[in-house]
Every structure is written in structure tokens, then in C-alpha cells.
Design a protein around this ligand. Structure first.
Ligand SMILES: NC(=O)C1=CN([C@@H]2O[C@H](COP(=O)(O)OP(=O)(O)OC[C@H]3O[C@@H](n4cnc5c(N)ncnc54)[C@H](O)[C@@H]3O)[C@@H](O)[C@H]2O)C=CC1
Ligand SMILES: O=C(CO)COP(=O)(O)O
Length: 336
């Protein structure tokens, strides 16, 4: 992949992932304006020279300029990368409508569905911005490890091949491999569904079940993800790739995952609010569990593990009751 000319990137969302990606872009020689909607948070970034709230311990490079002005972030920007949580995606992207030059594309690294409609995020971007290039970046990538420069691989999917290549080139570096894909739907479904399954795995581990259970949830969870992903038009190879099995395994097996930690907390008897408060960051699987429940009901797709996570989060059943319900299901052919 040839090196890209130096870009000026408007990166929207100064959380842990936005900050890590901003650091990665600066490593590649690009300039970044990192926009956040809270003036106090941006002031703290400028004052501290690091993101103490979401990604402590990493100096912000001099080519990374924090700002709370969307206009300033976008002034002269060559590229725009959105990294806000899914619940804020629609409002942030609709604010771009009047500000983006016509024809300029946007990419996002948000994982989740639209929190009110359950739609995939490219549909929201199309609704808000009309016809322009869109791309989603996803894959197994904890912010802390990317900021630390540990080898990582992700995928950038777009229906516009040249736009996927452009965004991948911006991000790709010595220790950060950015592949490309044309399967936006598959990549978006994977990034959303895996968070719900990570909560399930956290619950199982928190209840003291073993390695067999964890492997079973990951594998049968993948089957659920594939069923819903195929129904929406995603491709099989995507589910077997970085955004699919790659991110599912990462998130289900490592305690850096906030979704997995949510499951562990629920299994220890904590309530959803208490656990979210302790984690202190976005736990995307919570709103996604509701969206996936609605989606699977509408499409009439069996997603038993995700459904039990939904019932624990929204119907107040206990993790033990959810486990019992899963284990009592009738045996059936593994495939088909
Ligand atoms: N942290 C990670 O390792 C990774 C996170 N992601 C995804 O990136 C997205 C962002 O997550 P994180 O940065 O980890 O979250 P975070 O909890 O670290 O930070 C959230 C950020 O969103 C901002 N925000 C909250 N509400 C907002 C609103 N209404 N309008 C504008 N900004 C708002 C907050 O000010 C904060 O800067 C999520 O979809 C997550 O799934 C994807 C890959 C890795
Ligand atoms: O998406 C992620 C890593 O790829 C981060 O997962 P969590 O949101 O569960 O922390």
C-alpha cells in the first residue's frame, strides 16, 4: 500500500478510541483536529496534554489539536472520521450536513446500531448526508493497545473501493495494518453484534463456568451473528474475518472489553446502572442488545444468546435464569 499524502483529518469523538486513532494518524504524519462536544473535556485535553479521562498515559502529539468547535475541526479538513458512540452518531453526522463540502466522504469507527431505529449506521449517514462516499473501520482493536503501538489489524469497508483504500492508507502504519473490504453491511453487523455476545461471555465467566462454556458461547454466538448478518446482506467471508470472528474473540476473551466487564459485573449481582457507572465509559452492547432484539424479532431470526442478554438487561431476569433458559433448549442440528 503506497504512503498517502499528508492529510488534515477532522476526528469527531475524543473518547478512548477517537484519541487512540488520532494518535495513530499523527504517527503517520497526518494533522488531526480532535473535536469533542464538551468544552470542559477539550479544555482538559489542552491543559493536560493527554486524555486523562479516557486514555491516560499517552502524550498528545503536537499535530493533534483538540477543539470544541465543529467548524474549526472541519476547516480545511481533507478527511472526516467519526468516532462517537452509536447513540450520538445521528446527531453528530446530521450536524455535518451543512458543513461538509459536496462530494467529501465520511468514515466512522463507531460500533453499534442507530439507538432509536436499530438501523445500520451507513443508512443513517445516507439519510443525513445524501449520496457521498462512506466507510466503516472495524476489527479487533483495543484503544490502549493501538495507542501503545502494539501490532493490530483492522478492516475498512466501503461500497466505494477507492474510498476504502483512502481511509485504510491514512490509518495503515508499521504496526497497524488496515485491510479493505467492500462489505459494509457485514462489517457493521459484526461490530454491533459482537458487543452483545461479549456481555454473554462475561456473564458466563462471572458465574464461574469454564473454558468449554466460553468457547461454546463464542461459536454459537458467531452462528447468530452470521444468521442476522446474512439476512441483512452481509457476506460469509466477512464473518470469518477481522471484523467478525477476530473482534468477537478479542472482545469475549479479554477484560479490556467494557462489554465483557459488563457481563462479569451482572454475574456478580450488580445492576445495569451500577455496572455502567463503575465502568465509566460507553458499553455499546447495552443499547445494541435492545436493537438486536427488535431486529431479530422483526426478521424472525433465532438469536437465543443475544435474546437472553436482552432479557437480563431489559426484563430483569437473573444471569442464572438466562443460563437455565439456554441450557434447556431442545437439542437440534448444529448447522441448518
Ligand atoms: N475503546 C475501544 O477500544 C474501541 C471503541 N470502539 C467504538 O468506538 C466508539 C466510541 O467509543 P469509545 O471512544 O471507546 O468511548 P468512550 O467512552 O471512551 O468515550 C466516549 C466519547 O464520546 C463522547 N460523547 C458522548 N456522548 C456524545 C454526544 N452526544 N455527542 C458527541 N460526543 C459524545 C464523549 O464525550 C467521549 O469523548 C464506540 O462505538 C465503540 O464501540 C471501537 C473499537 C475500539
Ligand atoms: O470494540 C472493541 C475492541 O475491538 C472494544 O470493545 P469494548 O467496547 O467491549 O471495550
Amino acid at each position: 500500500m503506497s504512503e498517502s499524502p499528508k492529510a488534515r483529518v477532522a476526528l469527531l469523538g475524543p473518547g478512548s478510541w477517537g484519541t487512540a486513532l488520532a494518535i495513530q494518524l499523527c504517527r503517520n504524519g497526518h494533522q488531526v483536529r480532535l473535536w469533542g462536544h464538551e468544552a470542559a473535556q477539550i479544555e482538559a485535553l489542552k491543559r493536560d496534554g493527554e486524555n486523562r479521562q479516557f486514555l491516560p498515559g499517552f502524550r498528545l502529539p503536537p499535530t493533534l489539536i483538540p477543539t470544541d468547535s465543529l467548524d474549526e475541526a472541519l476547516a480545511d479538513a481533507t478527511d472526516c472520521l467519526v468516532v462517537v458512540p452509536s447513540h450520538a452518531f445521528r446527531s453528530v453526522v446530521s450536524a455535518l450536513h451543512e458543513r461538509l463540502p459536496s462530494g467529501m466522504g465520511i468514515a466512522w469507527a463507531t460500533k453499534g446500531l442507530d439507538s432509536t431505529s436499530g438501523q445500520l449506521l451507513h443508512t443513517i449517514a445516507q439519510e443525513c448526508l445524501g449520496d457521498r462516499p462512506l466507510a466503516v473501520a472495524s476489527g479487533p482493536s483495543f484503544a490502549l493497545e493501538v495507542a501503545s503501538g502494539l501490532p493490530t489489524a483492522i478492516t475498512v469497508a466501503s461500497a466505494t473501493g477507492s474510498f476504502a483504500e483512502r481511509i485504510a492508507r491514512l490509518l495503515h502504519g508499521d504496526r497497524f495494518r488496515a485491510y479493505t473490504s467492500s462489505d459494509m453491511v457485514g462489517v457493521e453487523v459484526c461490530g454491533a453484534a459482537k458487543n452483545v455476545l461479549a456481555i454473554a461471555t462475561g456473564i458466563a465467566d462471572g458465574l464461574g463456568f469454564g473454558a468449554n462454556t466460553r468457547a461454546a458461547i463464542i461459536t454459537r454466538g458467531l452462528a447468530e451473528l452470521i444468521r442476522v448478518g446474512m439476512a441483512l446482506g452481509g457476506r460469509t467471508e466477512t464473518f470469518m474475518g477481522l471484523a467478525g470472528i477476530g473482534d468477537l474473540v478479542l472482545t469475549c476473551t479479554d477484560n479490556q472489553s467494557r462489554n465483557r466487564r459488563m457481563g462479569l459485573a451482572l454475574a456478580s449481582g450488580k445492576g445495569v446502572r451500577e455496572a455502567m457507572g463503575e465502568i465509566g465509559q460507553e458499553v455499546e452492547g447495552v443499547v445494541t442488545a435492545l436493537a438486536v432484539h427488535r431486529l431479530s424479532t422483526r426478521l424472525d431470526i433465532e438469536m437465543p444468546i443475544s435474546e437472553q442478554v436482552y432479557r437480563v438487561l431489559y426484563e430483569g431476569i437473573s444471569p442464572e435464569q438466562a443460563t437455565k433458559a439456554l441450557l434447556e433448549r431442545d437439542p437440534k442440528p448444529e448447522f441448518g
